[in-house]
Design a protein around this ligand. Structure first.
Ligand code: SF4
Length: 199
């Protein structure tokens, strides 16, 4: 098997025709950010703006996500952001299970390359694709789960917060929990300090 590198990842995504989602798109949206970030954010799939620009989370939901990160003092360029599928589903529909399965290897490559310590799962699709179909986002958001040494936190997708601002209170609790986890793990010591670092 070839060595997994970022170049290989990007070339494989660019050439990928493994599912029908690549038909009619403007750009693949592999993801972007700090490639060695301790924190990875995974969403559902690219929307219209993302498809036009080839960047993840740059539309209205992405701008809200940037503000949510800033609210816990985290500059967006210090995290890695991607989606479960790299091509925009038509009319922003939820990706089908077979499309998520087809794209899973790309996501696995990203997790392998970034090697995050913490993953924030944005919305039901990302949470189910990562933690299992049993996840119910309204029930399970805010609950940490550790898998193979990686801490995972499901929360609402920012587009759900735009549709229903009443969810913002829970989302803020989740962001505070994320900040506390990053602090307790000694991650981002330049932002959160070293005091709580586990020896
Ligand atoms: S969504 Fe993923 S699997 Fe489907 S064509 Fe795009 S890159 Fe390939």
């Amino acid at each position: 098997m070839s060595e997994i590198t970022w170049d290989l990842f990007h070339s494989q995504v660019e050439a990928c025709t493994l599912c029908p989602l690549c038909q009619g798109i403007h750009h693949k949206v592999p993801g972007q950010g700090d490639p060695a970030s301790p924190l990875m954010l995974i969403g559902e799939g690219p929307g219209e703006t993302e498809d036009l620009e080839g960047q993840a989370f740059v539309g209205a939901a992405g701008q809200l996500l940037t503000r949510m990160l800033e609210a816990i003092s985290l500059p967006r360029d210090r995290v890695y952001i991607c989606n479960v599928v790299k091509c925009r589903p038509p009319r922003n529909r939820i990706p089908l299970p077979e499309e998520i399965t087809a794209c899973r290897n790309h996501l696995r490559m990203q997790v392998y390359l970034v090697r995050p310590k913490v993953i924030l799962l944005l919305g039901a699709t990302a949470a189910r694709a990562t933690l299992g179909e049993q996840v119910r986002i309204t029930r399970d958001r805010g609950h940490w789960e550790e898998r193979k040494g990686v801490w995972m936190l499901p929360t609402y997708h920012p587009s759900a917060l735009l549709r229903d601002p009443a969810k913002k209170k829970d989302a803020w609790e989740d962001m505070q929990s994320l900040r506390d986890k990053l602090t307790s793990l000694g991650l981002y010591p330049d932002i959160y300090g070293e005091a709580a670092k586990i020896p």
